[in-house]
Design a protein around this ligand. Sequence first.
Ligand code: ZN
Ligand code: ZN
Length: 395
Amino acid sequence: MKNLSDLMNEVFTLKDEIISLRRDIHEHPELSFKEFRTTELIVDYLKSHGIEVSRPTPTGAVGLIKGNGEGKTIALRADIDALPIKEETNLPFASKNEGVMHACGHDAHTAMLLVAARVLSENRDSFKGTVKLLFQPAEEKAGGAVQLIEAGALQNPRPDAVMGIHVWPYSEAGSIGYTRGPAMASSDFFNVKIIGKGGHGAYPHNTIDPVNALVHTVSALNSLVGRTVNPLDSIVLSVTTIHAGTAGNIVPEEATFGGTVRALNEDTRTRIEKLFKEIASKIPESFGAKSEIEYKRTTRVVYNSPEFIDFMLEAVKEAGVFKKLEELPPTMGSEDFSFYLEEIKYGGFIRLGVKNEKIGAVYGLHSPKFIIDEDALPYGTALHVAVSYKFLNGE
Ligand SMILES: [Zn+2]
Ligand SMILES: [Zn+2]
């Protein structure tokens, strides 16, 4: 039976393997729900290391590593999909799939978790209980986590803790970034159609002008957050699209607008949705127009349980290999990791720094020039291993 520092050594000796897996996946990116090659690669790798693997969804996979005797279960998640972006990095292993790119680092997430699985599997006698590996499709479409959960990925055994890692190009390579409580925002999308009565631009009194109704509605929505939500409670409402009309002398029949709402608190999110719907129906109504409102909720607030974050920091300290720790403020970006945290309350979503100015790794997530410092990758693998080892050997 080995100790945690033995396991950490094993992780760092496998650095080249993490990098070559990552490059292979990077070179062959696949869009959400189409990750067939990536899934084959994951399944083959896990099987070749004697890890039990199932495929509850068409793409993606779930692995199980049983330790030495009964115990708790920890789930580790990596998302595996890429984006519809044309890569502009000029890397020797740049995307071979024209117009598709791993610009969010999910290639790195997958590679880090694969090698963590190998190290944990080779050291099954060093812990009790079970490690569950969630290789999730379609994070970018925010449908993958729900699909995997609905397919039973969180049953048999049900995890007692869940952790995910996202590479973070805004922090120095190798740093472990954590946030207690709300870490990322919920994400909702709306589209509103205002229906008036069209006619001649010279005779507006004979029409019901949907453009005018839209302008008043959008204006009211733009002041909604500022006047109804505590300024210390972060929420964003952005109207980002407007479509109406065809000519200067025609009042159109309809006008539409759309956008997004992001919140760091589920109660505020719900309250804003209700107020949004009142404004988007009553203001057009006051001008004699009607409205059709589509309001679609996607991801929830990513809420990191503070107890889990404290536990993770202890594991990091004990592992002794991590050089930089950074407490980060929440971001208004979103993640479907929130659905695992909704089910398994004890868990966290951790950010791994991959920035390095010396090699040009300075571009943000979803940039066609997105580059990561691969020297950071063993730290992600090490975090998966250290947290699992400590959780499963704890009381
Ligand atoms: Zn992304
Ligand atoms: Zn991502």
